[in-house]
Each structure stands twice: as C-alpha cells, then as structure tokens.
Design a protein around this ligand. Structure first.
Ligand SMILES: NC(=O)c1ccc[n+]([C@@H]2O[C@H](COP(=O)([O-])OP(=O)(O)OC[C@H]3O[C@@H](n4cnc5c(N)ncnc54)[C@H](OP(=O)(O)O)[C@@H]3O)[C@@H](O)[C@H]2O)c1
Length: 342
C-alpha cells in the first residue's frame, strides 16, 4: 500500500504515519516543513496546501492508493477543494479527518452519524461562519469550516471514494492541545485537586493511536464512509479518568469533587480552564456505533493516560501550540473555589 499523509509532523498525523510504516506501507508526508518532527522512514515533500503550484508539484510524487488528510484543522473549504482537485487524478481514496463539531447540535444534544450537520459551501473562504464579537452561543466557526471541507472532499472525490471520520476529543502521546498533559501535571503536584462535576459522568475521549488505526483501515474500504470516532457512551467516567491520572503519577493529592452548579457560579471557562469539563448535555453523548460496526476499537482510557505519562516522563515535549496556554486553572483560583466547599 502506498499512502500520502497531509500533515504528519504533530499528533494524529504522526500516529497515522507510524501506524502505516508498522503495516509495511510506503508513506509520503506533505507539510510546509515549519513545525513538528517527521517520522523517520516516510518520504517528506514540503509545500503549502494553500498554494496551487505546491499541490501540483506534490501530485507529481503520486500515484497513491489513498490520502489521509489530518492537517486541515485551520484550512478553509476553498483551499481544501483546490487541493483535492489537484490530487484526485493520482489518489484512489480520500480519508478526511473531520470532527464532531460539524454537527448542528454539538454540544447541546445527543448525536448520531445521521444528525444534521452545519451548512457550508465547498468553496467557502476562511471568513465563512465567523461570529460577531461577543456572540453568546457556542463558537461554530471551526465546525462550519470543517463541514465545508467535508463537502469539498466529497465533491472532488465523489461518493464512492471518500471516508469522513469525525473524532471527538483525541488524547494520547504527543497531544499538543494541553488537556491530558495538564491533568497529569496537576495530579503530580498533589494537594487538594478540584475534580469537576459528577464523578460518574460518562466521557468519551479517544486514543490518538486508535483514530490513526481506523483511518488506515479506511484506505481499503469502499463507498462513502462516515463515522463518529469516540469511545462508547458509558464506558469511561470522569472519576475513572482522574483516578487513572492520580495512579500513574503516584499522586499524594486528594480529589475534591465540586458540583457543576458551584463551578458555573464561579464563572470558570468550560472546556479549557478545567480541561474536559463541560456541562452541555451533548458533549459526551456521541453515538459511534457505526464505527464500531466497521471495525473501530478504542482502548481503555486508563491505557491512554498511562502511555501519555510515560511519554512525558521520557522527556518528550508536544509541538508548541497557542492552545496549550488556554488550558488549566490557576492555583489561586482553584484554592479559592475549594475553600468554599470545605
Ligand atoms: N485534537 C483533537 O482533539 C481533535 C478532535 C477532532 C478532530 N481533530 C482533527 O484532527 C486533525 C489533527 O491533526 P494533528 O493536530 O495531529 O496534526 P497533523 O496532522 O500533524 O497536522 C499538522 C501538520 O500539518 C502541517 N500543515 C499545517 N498547515 C499546512 C499547510 N498550509 N500546508 C501544508 N502543511 C501544513 C504542519 O506542518 P508544518 O507546520 O510544517 O506545515 C503539521 O505537520 C485536524 O484535522 C483536526 O481538525 C482533532
């Protein structure tokens, strides 16, 4: 098998490249060569997805059985459309890493793979879906852009040669967003640790290596495949997750559970100030049964936690990213909230 990975220097892209090489496949990666670390063994081609001449030059390195597109998180549908058209003659199948943010109902209601998605044209520019300053509702700009990109990919490759994979939160070795690494460092520091909401709340993070394996499996699929890629509802809990962080770090700390009501009153930024804490009822109600039926397997979250800790302990550092600094509550603020629940 010969595949092209758009991206490959960071987190999911790296896991896809490593997984493909382990399967004995030939891998070409395409990045600008500005960030991240390439996996040895892959052929690296450099260029910018937003430049038509670079995409035309990339196509000359083909043909490939499939492309796995992991690097389009900040690319407009218009740029994705132009790139897919350049690659279409030399690529068999397009596997696009999308997101559950494409759904109209995310994060407020339970979702299945048939739930309505946001509407965005295949040639939408980067401004499409931008919300006015101070918009009170959830920010749907990212979801609109990814929904338009899904449409672009499907338009260029047709319904017979596309896989659209919609992961929820991805964790694991190499994470650069700062969610699991923050919780691990917090557990390691010890003391009274603010544990958010209901300990029994179901959560659905998915391991980066499992998303990568499923994306690679898609290379040999046929037809139009669309799947949500999350851990099953009800298998993992917030308590299980935090206990795993305490265990692997041999934490001397104590988890102090604070209700959603108290946290909401304290004005904390959901999702980031306390990573993975969000009260919207649809956040962790994503049905991934179609992926499971298609062979997707997600390992226990405790394994993801343990392997990420090992990865950090080995001195590895995530690729520098602006989202990292958004994550985590300050010690003073955490103490002040915990003082109120003594
Ligand atoms: N993290 C989550 O929880 C989550 C959840 C759901 C979905 N997703 C999706 O999963 C994917 C994440 O992949 P990843 O973060 O692991 O990163 P990745 O696939 O490695 O992609 C980032 C790579 O893309 C390259 N790149 C960025 N802009 C480029 C451009 N204009 N032209 C060419 N290359 C470019 C970067 O290298 P250079 O800087 O060297 O160009 C970097 O190597 C995204 O599509 C995201 O929407 C993530």
């Amino acid at each position: 098998m010969r595949i092209l990975v758009l991206g490959g220097g960071w987190f999911l892209g790296r896991a896809v490249v490593s997984g493909a090489l382990e399967r004995g496949w030939e891998v070409t990666t395409f990045t600008r060569g500005l960030s991240g670390i390439q996996v040895p063994g892959a052929v690296a081609v450099h260029g910018d997805r937003e430049r038509a001449e670079d995409m035309a030059r990339l196509a000359e390195h083909g043909p490939w059985d499939a492309v796995i597109d992991t690097s389009a998180s900040e690319l407009s549908p218009r740029a994705v459309l132009a790139g897919t058209r350049a690659l279409e003659p030399v690529v068999g199948r397009y596997v696009y890493i999308s997101t559950v943010s494409v759904y109209e109902g995310w994060p407020s209601e339970p979702l299945t793979v048939d739930s309505p998605t946001l509407d965005a044209p295949a040639d939408a520019g980067p401004e499409y879906g931008q919300l006015p300053e101070g918009w009170p509702g959830p920010d749907t700009h990212y979801g609109q852009q990814k929904a338009g990109a899904e449409r672009a990919v499907t338009e260029a490759f047709g319904l017979t040669r596309t896989s659209l994979l919609r992961p929820g939160v991805i964790l694991g070795p190499g994470e650069y967003v700062g969610r699991l690494p923050w919780w691990l460092r917090r557990a390691e520091r010890g003391g009274r640790i603010l544990a958010p909401g209901d300990p029994a709340k179901s959560i659905q993070p998915v391991d980066v290596r499992d998303v990568a394996a499923f994306a690679l499996d898609q290379v040999q699929r046929v037809g139009h495949q669309v799947h949500n890629v999350t851990a099953p509802v009800g298998r993992e809990t917030m308590d299980g997750f935090l206990q795993a962080c305490m265990d692997v770090t041999s934490s001397s700390g104590e988890l102090v559970w604070v209700t959603d009501e108290v946290l909401l009153r304290s004005g904390l930024r959901q999702w980031t100030e306390i990573p993975l804490w969000r009260t919207h009822p649809g956040v962790w109600a994503i049905d991934s049964s179609s992926a499971i039926a298609a062979g997707f397997r997600s390992r226990p979250l405790s394994e993801t936690v343990a392997d990420t800790w090992t990865w950090l302990q080995q001195g590895n550092v995530p690729v520098p990213h602006q989202r990292w600094d958004e994550h985590g509550i300050s010690p003073d603020k955490e103490d002040a909230i915990l003082e109120g629940v003594r």
